[in-house]
Design a protein around this ligand. Sequence first.
Ligand SMILES: NC(=O)c1ccc[n+]([C@@H]2O[C@H](COP(=O)([O-])OP(=O)(O)OC[C@H]3O[C@@H](n4cnc5c(N)ncnc54)[C@H](O)[C@@H]3O)[C@@H](O)[C@H]2O)c1
Length: 254
Amino acid sequence: MRLENKSVLITGAGSGQGRAAAILFAQEGAKIVVFDRDEAGASVTVKQILANKGSAQLAVGDVSKSEDVKSAVALSEEAHGGLDVLYNNAAIWSADNIDNYVTDLEEENWDAVLSVNLKGLYLCCKFGIPAIIKSGGGSVINIASVAGLKASRSRSHAYSASKGGVISLSRSMAIAYARDNVRVNVICPGGVDTPMLQPMVSTPDKYEKFAQSHPLGRMGMPDDIAKAALFFASDDSTWVTGVTMPVDGGFSAS
Ligand SMILES: NC(=O)c1ccc[n+]([C@@H]2O[C@H](COP(=O)([O-])OP(=O)(O)OC[C@H]3O[C@@H](n4cnc5c(N)ncnc54)[C@H](O)[C@@H]3O)[C@@H](O)[C@H]2O)c1
């Protein structure tokens, strides 16, 4: 098992990619804190892990609220004896499901997206990294997006800005905490078949067109991202930090 007895905190683990990672990491021996503001979704993830004889704790909360983040980190430390891996995955596409350009973007929408996607990640690192250092070092995995790497006519500018910020902040943190043995790496998914993507692929035609925009000719699945994250979480990547890795069916290469 590649994560035996590692304590892992995953944000947004009540759905899509976060749930897939939580289940895969638990199968690899990790003890998971499933952190999500959606209690029902997070409970499903915890139940699935427990049903597979894995170890999981539920933390219901909002990554943009410091008290909720502190509680989730404390739960990892109390229930699992420390924190080895912080997986920052929670994000929203838009506050109103509209792909707004800056000139049409309401301030509240900008604030809502940046608050979850960038401030939330900052808070999780602010409180999570000291816990990882206390545990002797470990891995931070930050989920950005191809939207942080490439411009597109069909993207929310707030979302793109937040994901560009995640990439830049991650590089800075990788350098800052390297001598504390904390590695910080980024995954940039392409289109992945999760609830977040549904507004953009609402008909079979739209789904197929979007799938075909990836050179490998299909949509990503949550497990595609979880398997890449497993490498960053495990000791297979102990000399890898500051990396931004697209996992996108070739999308960003074109
Ligand atoms: N699906 C895609 O095509 C795609 C592409 C590129 C990047 N991403 C990124 O992948 C990550 C996972 O997204 P997904 O596709 O699994 O989406 P999803 O909507 O299925 O899951 C996101 C989860 O985050 C939770 N969440 C949202 N705001 C939160 C908050 N403030 N506090 C705590 N939890 C919160 C939601 O409740 C949900 O369970 C996100 O960072 C997303 O931006 C997704």
